[in-house]
Design a protein around this ligand. Structure first.
Ligand code: NAD
Ligand code: ZN
Length: 252
């Protein structure tokens, strides 16, 4: 049994043999100083999302898109993980890779900086770059450049692009995500508005399993009710950095 202080709300407890799938969104990085879409009034750092986070936006103005991601990289180099990132790293260490799975919509590196060792970045990673030509054999690579006096190009001659899943593109590793969703007993989403699919639909996968007679639990943790709130068993409102430490109890 774990010996945690009593909280006003009960823990999310995991019994021996139970496993958990955690999905995080921009809200978990908000207390580290990275702005979410939601508090930006439909604009992302003063830009229209269509201009900076779609393949069409990149085709129309790659210099603008690289400037935008260069600024995101420069900003991300200055921020630190918060207690919510650390709490998930501690849970991973406690449960191990068989029982804990972390999938993030975030492109920042704060989960890793907070101590998480295995993170599935379904929307890509800010500090990776790849060739924009899908036929090019060159692999995505780590890249902290943030000033682009000229547009970065691959050896093959094509433009390089951020290794980010833009709106209209298919998230990475959906098969692995689906497998882990089907193998988990507890599903927790943290700080995600529930507006961006397919991630916003993961909670429904758990509901289908319940309809098939399986015992599953779903919890949302974040500042406000997400758009898909009705699909969760429970919604816990508050800042992730305050709610996450001490939220989980691992039995046995
Ligand atoms: P979102 O901006 O749509 O929603 C963020 C959610 O977090 C909101 O519901 C908000 O209420 C909640 N929130 C804000 N502060 C919080 C806090 N302190 N604690 C807990 N919750 C808090 O973000 P999303 O749902 O992740 O989806 C939008 C897309 O934005 C994703 O595709 C993602 O890749 C991209 N994005 C990523 C980052 C990042 O990497 N840090 C930042 C901005 C946007
Ligand atoms: Zn190339």
């Amino acid at each position: 049994m774990s010996h945690q202080p009593a909280l006003a709300t009960p823990h999310i407890s995991l019994t021996p043999g139970e496993s958990i799938f955690v999905l995080t969104g921009a809200g978990i990085s908000a207390e580290s100083g990275i702005r979410t879409f939601r508090d930006a009034n439909g604009l992302w750092e003063e830009h229209r999302v269509e201009d900076v986070a779609t393949p069409e936006g990149f085709a129309a103005d790659p210099a603008l898109v690289w400037r935008f991601y260069g600024q995101r990289r420069a900003q991300a180099l200055t921020v630190q993980p918060n207690p919510a990132h650390r709490a998930l790293a501690a849970l991973e260490a406690r449960l191990g890779p068989e029982r804990f799975f972390l999938c993030t919509q975030n492109v920042d590196h704060l989960h890793e900086a907070g101590g998480s060792t295995e993170v599935l970045h379904m929307h890509g990673e800010l500090f990776r770059t790849r060739c924009s030509d899908p036929r090019c054999p060159k692999l995505p690579f780590h890249d902290e450049r943030h000033d682009f006096p000229t547009l970065p190009r691959c050896e093959c001659g094509a433009l390089q692009r951020p290794h980010i899943v833009w709106f209209g593109e298919i998230p990475f590793e959906m098969h692995r995500i689906k497998r882990r969703l089907q193998a988990s007993h507890v599903f927790v989403t943290i700080g995600s508005s529930g507006a961006v699919y397919p991630a916003a639909g993961f909670v429904r996968e758990m509901l289908y399993r319940r309809e098939n007679g399986e015992r599953v639990r779903t919890v949302y943790v974040g500042l406000e009710r997400p758009e898909n709130a009705d699909a969760f068993d429970e919604v816990r409102l508050g800042p992730a950095g305050v709610l996450l430490p001490g939220l989980f109890a691992v039995e046995g």
